[in-house]
Write a protein that binds this ligand. Structure first.
Ligand code: ZN
Length: 202
């Protein structure tokens, strides 16, 4: 599967000069909601992801996503895995499980995001589940930004990755972009200024 082509075709892989939430600059930006705009694409991606999880012998009763970004991907994945779906959300910046969702003791739960950068939100969701007695069987995302190690890859995870190294992490592919400090940004040196993604109403 050519993940990059799927993202490009959906205008989910933007090219320009972007100011990221970290304060760094980048030539690319992933607008992952755009790739899930077409439910058929979402279904296709989730089906492929479910195949990787099944092939690895990982069984999940439930998929849990951190809101908001992970919900669409997680919901489609739960359908493909024939599992239940719940989501965590932040209340005053603290990740919580609300809306009547419950976790049974030792329930096998897979955490799903749309894109894993360092995996911070996914890890927070996993901690909520574990505190409620659930068992984390793995992590999944449609795309990986290259900091964390995908299950099938034979390499070390980078120090920025917050996912626990002893749990499998499944993703359909990597998007490894260079990011720059504003002071060293080659795009700034060429004279353009960095734009916050979405600042032109998209
Ligand atoms: Zn720049």
């Amino acid at each position: 599967m050519d993940l990059r082509a799927i993202y490009k075709d959906a205008n989910a892989l933007l090219e320009g000069h972007f100011l990221l939430s970290s304060g760094k600059h980048s030539k690319y930006y992933l607008q992952s909601a755009k790739v899930l705009e077409d439910p058929k694409t979402a279904e296709l991606l989730a089906t492929k992801l479910a195949e990787l999880i099944n092939e690895a012998g990982i069984k999940a009763d439930t998929v849990c996503s951190p809101a908001l970004g992970g919900i669409l991907a997680g919901y489609e994945l739960s359908r493909a895995l024939n599992a239940r779906f719940i989501f965590t959300e932040r209340v005053n910046k603290v990740m919580t499980l609300r809306r009547g969702f419950e976790v049974e003791k030792n329930e096998k739960i897979l955490i799903c995001e749309d894109i894993i950068t360092t995996g911070g939100s996914a890890l927070e969701a996993a901690k909520v589940i574990q505190d409620l007695g659930g068992e984390i069987v793995g992590f999944a995302a449609l795309a990986n930004r290259g900091f964390c190690k995908i299950y099938s890859e034979n390499k070390e995870q980078k120090k920025e990755c917050k996912l626990p190294p002893n749990k499998p992490f499944f993703a359909l592919g990597n998007f490894e972009f260079e990011i720059y400090d504003p002071a060293d940004c080659p795009l700034c040196k060429e004279g353009s200024s960095a734009m916050k993604p979405g600042s032109r109403g998209n």
